[in-house]
Write a protein that binds this ligand. Structure first.
Ligand code: SF4
Length: 355
């Protein structure tokens, strides 16, 4: 049997730049999220952008439903540590204002009216050298396409190709595309199909995915399947919940696939009858101690010594609990035996040495 390739081969895609963030196969897969403040409330929006920045996001999208929101973008972009995408539906005038300051516009050209309007928006983006993200959503397909194919991967792709052609006809190719539905399988199939049809980078996401538990599973299933095929250049894990959760899950998914090599890979045993300690609390403590580390490290927390030396031997640092005591293991070598109450403190000392 042919040995499986260890590294995921990315699908070759065109390069676009969202501010300083390169998007395309020549660049790392970037992580995005969205603010939910009223965009015209500059202070609140910047506070949310800061939270996303510190959580590790690369790009932020803000909704621009009204003129006052578009007019606030200037100030937001001037202070944002992240590249900013303006999310606009239908209103070409809002797109024209936004294009003066943001790093990318998310708009579907087929939805903004006349050819002259599309041209105006395209010219505004060309003038500042910013890309357009076409965002096809299963809930708002063009009627003609939906009547022909129903809600299906084919319909999503037809819609995307329709919008792409409108831009290409105006000699505009700084394009990235998303194809979102709330159905993991349909979303996966749609991206797979579109990846065969055009060269532009893909923004991956499952929309309206739910709360942290369900959304993480749904997004991991769909995005994981795509990323393993090398499909996807930027991504959002949509979660109804805290802003930081989206970034945390996205980072963990990329880390699980070996795509992002930064940060801590936490290995913990599932526990069994051999467990003699409060492992769940210990893992929470370790997780908390390691959550902001950017150096790539494998850290293991094991419930007993039976499997610790074997299963954690590749970890940079491991704790193995026993009855009222435990061991600290570094790269498979036992370096210290401690009373249970001292284990975390000793672990912390060794962790600091590694950093
Ligand atoms: Fe059970 Fe020990 Fe394995 Fe944890 S490490 S699952 S406690 S045998």
């Amino acid at each position: 049997m042919q040995e499986l390739a260890q590294e995921i081969q990315r699908r070759k895609t065109k390069e676009v730049f969202v501010g300083k963030v390169g998007v395309g196969s020549a660049h790392p897969i970037s992580i995005q999220s969205m603010t939910f403040s009223k965009t015209h409330d500059v202070k609140a929006t910047l506070a949310q952008i800061d939270r996303l920045y510190y959580a590790g996001a690369d790009i932020v999208r803000v909704s621009v439903p009204h003129k006052e929101d578009a007019l606030a973008l200037d100030k937001i972009c001037a202070s944002s540590p992240l590249s900013v995408v303006a999310d606009i539906h239908f209103h070409h005038k809002l797109a024209l204002i936004a294009a003066q300051s943001v790093d990318c516009i998310r708009i579907n050209p087929g939805n903004i009216g006349s050819h002259a309007r599309i041209k105006e928006v395209v010219n505004a983006c060309k003038a500042r050298n910013i890309p357009i993200r076409i965002g096809v959503n299963g809930g708002s397909l063009e009627k003609k396409i939906e009547n022909k194919y129903g809600l299906s991967p084919r319909a999503m792709c037809e819609s995307a190709m329709y919008h792409i052609k409108l831009l290409e006809d105006l000699d505009f190719t700084d394009i990235k595309v998303s194809l979102k539905t709330s159905d993991a399988l349909m979303t996966t199939r749609a991206y797979e199909m579109l990846a065969q049809m055009m060269p532009y980078p893909l923004h991956l996401g499952v929309t309206e995915a739910g709360t942290t538990f369900g959304a993480s599973i749904k997004s991991s299933a769909a995005l994981g399947a795509l990323l393993m095929q090398g499909i996807g250049d930027t991504m959002r894990v949509s979660i109804t919940g805290e802003l930081e959760e989206e970034i945390r899950v996205a980072k963990e998914l990329l880390r699980a696939l070996g795509i992002r090599k930064t940060g801590v890979n936490l290995i913990s045993c599932p526990t069994c009858a051999r467990l003699e300690s409060d492992l769940v609390s210990a893992i929470k403590e370790v997780e908390n101690l390691t959550k902001d580390i950017t150096k790539p490290l494998d850290i293991a927390v094991m419930g007993c010594v039976v499997n610790a030396l074997g299963e954690a031997k590749h970890a940079d640092l491991a704790i193995a609990f026993g009855k009222n005591e435990g061991m600290i293991i570094k790269k498979g070598v036992l370096i210290s035996k401690e009373k249970e109450q001292n284990l975390i403190a000793r672990f912390k000392q060794e962790l600091e040495k590694l950093l």
